[in-house]
Design a protein around this ligand. Structure first.
Ligand code: AP5
Length: 280
């Protein structure tokens, strides 16, 4: 039995989160939940929260945690998110990450993995300034790397493509600064929980997609619930807590005994060469 796919995508603006999220959403049949996209929809629909968010987004700053957490809480309980979810561009600071952790605990929906898109920032400005998006079907193109077949027209639906208003150089630089200051600390947050996986986001889209799928499958297997063999209770469960504590003590002691080096000279006298050989 495999666990649900419940993923967070972290990466600088333009690192390709949205592009990969769309492919992953099709692959695993789970919704792509992009807080940026949900906020842009709120702006377009002239919702009060959209109007509040627009000024902040135009400057490349983060919209308030209260607004964003409200959006996420409502979205994660929608029926299509029951089979898993892909969070694209959320969380974006430690407060959001902690709030998400609590929310997922309450819902009993542990995260599978947080995937970090690693990329040199010098290419990000070019990627963003060349981006074109389809307001109808959400397809994403790039003037330089993946242009549409016909000038500024979506290949899928023929709609006129748009350039995002925050994809201008001044706002992009602000977004990159905000990423470094507020989002990068999430790397340590998820690493300390054993949930971080880093991928190289600089390369052909299908190669990156394969890397991500590999990472997801590895982490899914780690999270997969153990299935007891028919008619037998797994050894771990059959131990009482006291017996388990004793077993742990014994195994730690014997591990210590085993790892005690035999016939080695005292540490001070060991040469650097010997150390290197041992560390391999
Ligand atoms: P958001 O919409 O999330 O923007 P972002 O994080 O800045 O990310 P982008 O959508 O710009 O980039 P991406 O990584 O998805 O790249 P893409 O795949 O499109 O947020 C916008 C704003 O909303 C924020 O600034 C903030 O104000 C607000 N906001 C959102 N979430 C928030 C939150 N949680 N809290 C507070 N505020 C929030 O690719 C970019 C381009 O590169 C495309 O043209 C694509 O075709 C191309 N490309 C992609 N992959 C490759 C590749 N491998 N090779 C070559 N080209 C590629």
């Amino acid at each position: 039995m495999q666990s649900l796919v419940q993923i967070v995508l972290i990466g600088a603006p333009g690192s390709g989160k949205g592009t990969q999220a769309r492919l992953l959403s099709q692959q695993y049949g789970i919704p792509q939940i992009s807080t940026g996209e949900l906020l842009r929809q709120a702006v377009q629909s002239r919702l009060p929260l959209g109007l509040e968010a627009q000024a902040v987004m135009d400057q490349g700053l983060l919209v308030s945690d209260t607004i964003v957490m409200g959006i996420i809480r409502d979205r994660l309980v929608q029926p299509d998110a029951r089979s898993g979810f892909l969070l694209d561009g959320f969380p974006r600071n430690l407060e959001q990450a902690q709030a998400l952790e609590k929310l997922l605990e309450t819902l009993d929906r542990p995260l599978t993995v947080a995937i970090l898109f690693q990329m040199d920032s010098e290419y990000l400005i070019q990627r963003l300034s060349g981006r074109l998006t389809c307001p109808q079907c959400g397809a994403v193109y790039n003037r330089y790397t993946s242009p549409p077949r016909f000038d500024d027209q979506c290949d899928n639906c023929g709609t006129l493509l748009r350039h995002r208003s925050d994809d201008n150089e001044e706002t992009i630089i602000n977004r990159l600064r905000v990423y470094e200051a507020q989002t990068e600390p999430l790397i340590g947050f998820y690493r300390s929980r054993g949930l971080l996986a880093e991928i190289n986001a600089d390369g052909p889209i299908p190669t990156i997609f394969r890397q991500i799928r590999r990472v997801i499958n590895e982490h899914r297997q780690r999270r997969a619930p153990l299935r007891p063999r028919k008619g037998k209770v797994p050894a771990r469960q059959s131990k009482s807590p006291a017996a388990a504590r004793t077993a742990r003590r014994v195994s730690t002691t014997s591990a210590k005994k085993k790892s005690k080096p035999r016939n080695l000279p005292p540490a001070k006298k060991r040469s650097g060469k010997a150390k290197k050989t041992r560390s391999r």
